[in-house]
Design a protein around this ligand. Structure first.
Ligand code: FAD
Length: 423
């Protein structure tokens, strides 16, 4: 076990008994059952781990995730608005070990060697696999927006990965004087959670309307249109008249520079100043996917949507935000649906069967206030001819629909997905 004591390894895996299940570097033993390694214990990875075990308990499944707890991004706009504490977002993968026999490894993967089918942890331990599922979520393109890098995000938080950044944005809103300006910059597609910036603006408005009613919210967008736009704009008119201003690229031109210390955004035509600046930067697949060679020039991972197998490297599947699954959005619901398709396909192949023809789903709820929500739904299949994902039906909350009932559905969805993924 290079670079790692036996004691440290046992700490990482949480149980000495796990040792016999891993194909550690240097081990002579041949594995007696198929080994699936899953990197990332978020919505995609945790679902895949659970469902492989549900479909075939004999398969050896190891889930690697460094964060304990994992903080869910879904719901994080409610924390920013002060409706819940950060701890409300915390999720644990421990029940997957206790209930389904998934091996949990609390560590970060440093590198993958696809030719040897081996993952190397940051602590030095190596784990072999027959199939690897990569579910690392997103990383930021720190070089894409002049003036905005990781250091700048400590002043102008992105809060697009839940945790300390969520708290920082919340604290800045609390410290802002009444009459202040909150500015949100929204990136071009594709990015994690297309309606997320607009839900965030709405819930911040909900907080400001009660605590600092003279304040204003500006959204500087890199896109000419956004998800559920008509529904959001109707809601803003009804709930927060005059409080939220959306600025499209046609109005301001594209963003040229962010000056975090001055909380200023320079666009082609204008200069905008804020008291609280929330920059949601351009994104790409999680760094490990990129370093492994799973991304194409778009920065995301191309896959065969029948199994989510990488089209670039063998024996590796990519699910969740990191993969290209257009027209599905990058959402927790989509990651959960893709994980089930991927799990079923891997179980089929490992048992000598052909994977079936998948159906995929997405439904994204957005809160505009606690008793007012809207949603967008898509049902998808893989086209026999092009092998691409196509939407077979799609829809949004009708304009006349009951928003309070949508909010009840949204809360029920949050509970249900948490149970489906993490318990
Ligand atoms: C503000 C906001 C609101 C949202 N609201 C919703 C919503 O209402 N509904 C919805 O469906 N979606 C929502 N989303 C989107 C949703 O959170 C993501 O689409 C979802 O988390 C994607 O799941 P994933 O498994 O691909 O990635 P993640 O959930 O990010 O999980 C990836 C995991 O991989 C781990 N990882 C990364 N690199 C390594 C490595 N090298 N080694 C080991 N582990 C690693 C990370 O620690 C992380 O835990 C929202 C997102 C945001 C930002």
């Amino acid at each position: 076990m290079p670079g790692l004591s036996r004691r440290r390894f046992i700490q990482l895996t949480g149980a000495a008994g796990c040792l016999s299940f891993f194909g550690c570097s240097g081990a002579e033993r041949k594995p007696s059952k198929a080994r699936v390694l899953i990197i990332g214990g978020g919505y995609g990875g945790a679902t895949a781990a659970k469902y492989i075990k549900l479909f075939d308990r004999a398969i050896d499944v190891t889930l690697i995730e460094p964060s304990k707890p994992y903080f869910s991004c879904s719901g994080s706009n409610e924390v920013i608005a002060g409706l819940h504490e950060l701890a409300w977002l915390g999720r644990s993968q421990d029940p997957l070990a206790a209930t389904y026999g998934v091996h949990l490894v609390r560590a970060k993967v440093a590198a993958i060697d696809p030719s040897r089918r081996r993952a190397q942890l940051e602590q030095g331990l190596r784990l072999d696999y027959d199939r690897l599922i990569m579910a690392p979520g997103i990383d930021f393109r720190w070089d894409a927006l002049a003036g905005y890098d990781e250091k700048a995000s400590e002043i102008a938080p992105h809060a697009w990965k839940a945790g300390p950044q969520t708290l920082l944005l919340r604290q800045q809103l609390e410290a802002m004087p009444d009459g202040g300006v909150v500015m949100i910059t929204a990136p071009a597609n594709p990015y994690r959670c297309p309606p997320g910036p607009y839900e965030r603006a709405s819930l911040i408005a909900y907080y400001l309307k009660r605590q600092k009613p003279r304040s204003k919210i500006l959204i500087i967008d890199a896109k000419a249109q956004f998800s559920k736009q008509a529904l959001f704009e109707q809601g803003w008119k009804d709930l927060y008249p005059g409080m939220i201003e959306w600025i499209s690229p046609a109005d301001s031109g594209s963003i040229e520079e962010v000056i975090a210390e001055a909380r200023t955004v320079l666009t082609e035509f204008d200069e905008y100043h804020a008291d609280v600046l929330n920059v949601i930067p351009p994104q790409k697949a999680g760094l490990l996917a990129e370093r492994t060679g799973l991304t194409d020039k778009s920065g995301w991972c191309p896959v065969d949507p029948r199994s989510f197998a990488s089209t670039l490297l063998p024996n590796i599947h990519v699910i969740g935000d990191a993969c290209i699954a257009t027209p599905m959005p990058k959402s927790a619901f989509a990651a959960n649906s893709q994980a089930k398709v991927c799990a079923a396909a891997i179980v089929a192949v490992l048992n000598g069967r052909q994977p079936g023809a998948p159906s995929l789903l997405n439904n994204c709820y957005s809160f505009l206030e606690p008793n007012y929500a809207i949603s967008i739904t898509g049902v998808y299949e893989v086209s026999g001819r092009s092998k691409q994902i196509v939407a077979t039906s799609a829809g949004e909350t009708p304009m006349h629909a009951d928003r309070r009932r949508e909010a009840d559905y949204a809360r029920a969805w949050q509970k249900n997905i948490e149970a489906d993924v993490f318990r």
